[in-house]
Design a protein around this ligand. Structure first.
Ligand code: ZN
Length: 195
């Protein structure tokens, strides 16, 4: 474990609540204890940010975590640095009931966009499963389809074409229709290369 995360701290993706800086907690947790709690992956940590944990609230199989500490991590998706804050860990492991081994591998921004993607996929699947929908819902459905296709989540081109035709008939003047037309023609012209 590097002794301190401060040596490497720059261009950190900010957390919406905690920001991009480690703040001293005011507790004095011995460094040996911090080391013992984070002996597996040994990320750079900010020892002065450590807070004691309530292990009676944790889910663990072998080792509880006796303290939490701000640690500097690299996002597995975008590669940028972010801080997995001690207070955030406390919330994960004591309030949300996550296993103490559950690791945080994505920066706040990527976590948010994953969440956004999941929400849109859920809405899309839900609306697709219905028998009849209004034009406003159709516009939302088409926008979701474009977004999900571009994100690589939706891959069914036939479904996309059916939605394109439906949009041309029912919501010809909408921005959604324009977006799906553009997407389909992009797929057709750049088949196998662009997308
Ligand atoms: Zn990221």
């Amino acid at each position: 474990m590097s002794e301190s995360g401060s040596d490497r701290q720059r261009n950190v993706v900010p957390h919406p609540r905690f920001g991009d800086q480690s703040v001293p907690s005011g507790y004095r947790v011995p460094f040996e204890l911090i080391r013992a709690c984070y002996c597996y992956d040994r990320p750079p940590v900010f020892p002065e940010s450590a807070i004691p944990a309530d292990i009676s609230r944790q889910n663990f199989s072998v080792r509880p975590r006796y303290c939490y500490v701000d640690m500097l991590k690299g996002c597995r998706k975008c590669g940028r640095d972010f801080i997995f804050f001690a207070r955030e860990q406390q919330y994960w492991y004591e309030e949300l009931g996550f296993w103490v081994d559950a690791d945080c591998v994505h920066c706040p921004e990527c976590r948010r966009s994953n969440q956004h993607l999941r929400q849109r996929l859920k809405r899309f699947s839900h609306t697709m499963g219905r028998d009849a929908i209004g034009n406003e819902e159709l516009a939302t459905l088409v926008e979701d389809a474009v977004y999900l296709f571009e994100a690589g989540v939706l891959r069914n081109e036939q479904k996309l074409r059916r939605l394109k035709n439906l949009a041309a008939t029912s919501i010809p003047e909408s921005a959604a229709r324009q977006a799906i037309e553009e997407l389909v023609s992009k797929i057709e012209s750049g088949r196998g290369t662009v997308l």
